[in-house]
Design a protein. Sequence first.
Length: 438
Amino acid sequence: MSGSGSRTVVSMGVHRRRHARGLGLVVAIGSAAATCGGPSLPPIASAEAAAAFEACRELAWEERQGCYEARLLDELDAAGTVAALEMLESLAVADRAVRAESHVLTHAIGINAYSPGETFTDAFEECTEVFQSGCYHGVVQAYFIATGEPNAEKVAGLCEPYEADPADRWLLFQCLHGLGHGLTMYYGHHLLMALEGCDLLTTGWNRNSCYGGAFMENVVNAIDPHHPAAELVSDGTAMEDEAGEAAEASDHGAGAHAHGTMAMAEGVEPFEPLRADDPHYPCSILDERYLTSCYQMQTSAMLWHNDWDIADAAASCLDAPDGWRDDCFVSLGRDISGRTLQDEDEAHSECRKSPADHREWCYVGVVKNFVDVTATTGAGFSFCRIIEDSAKPLCHEAMGESLYSLYADEAARREACEASETEELALECRRGARVRAD
């Protein structure tokens, strides 16, 4: 249970870089200069959320973030994971800056929700899908660092409880994505070693899901080195140095979490995560089997280096290899969705900075992120309605693909596709959702 037992308190503190912004797939790092988005909390907000808002709202962003996080972790201890996530939802309604950082804050909740020695599934299943399912990813990160040396059995077995039942496909993806984060952390953010860990998984879909988490962790750690997962590892190392016998330590899970910074073999050169002079790095040095997942994250690196110049990133995507150029534009749409906080008109406008013959793939990235953020479909279908007619078929097919992850039941996917604008577009949706033709 989330609120019980010894847990590792991982705080983002006040060290976040001021210009971190805009990751969108399963993370959206917002501008730290964001301001409060509303004068007060909604009437349904809890007393704890209201107290946190009043205590933190007037602070400068770095201090405000630390203030909110401390209140969220207090709520986690007192009332459990669900209560902490609900409190975060209320704060995100009132404060635009919290909404921009919501996925990162859910990672912090998930990391702290896991107590070393606790059964993984118990902590994992306490999470919810809010804010791009970051809580799930945080639990996986904390658990994986706690378990020590990875091997084929451990890597393949972690998410196995969610393999058999199609109804668990959404949870399976969240677990595998979190595994990619955890492997990258374990290997001291040596991306190549993490990808080799993902290769131990037995199916292509599982491996690609894990690759995505590894590439995301690589980018997030590079542009935001004080994010909570990074502090999970560094905190464990500091405790190990102080305690001397980390394997025996239990205070705040020190022994368990110290493994992460010790995992790289002696003599292994650190991996360079990003290169300012190569907008396609690390994709440019990787085997082809990694390129789809790499390019579906790559514009986060491009935008970090070019100070969020969408048109410049779109031009860089044109230089991607032929087989992965569309993936680069999907990545751009995801980042645009995160940057605009899922504002459909603004996202549409930003995607139109892409070349016309690739713009529809930017829209795909937007709608898929709309679904990722909330695990609901209304905003995605709404976005498909406002774009150019020529791009609508692919937009609806992408919505169908997202439905396939959301709903195990084929009848539910068929029904959800009825939100499409026309019967022809509903057919595209059903095709993406793998609904059999009548």
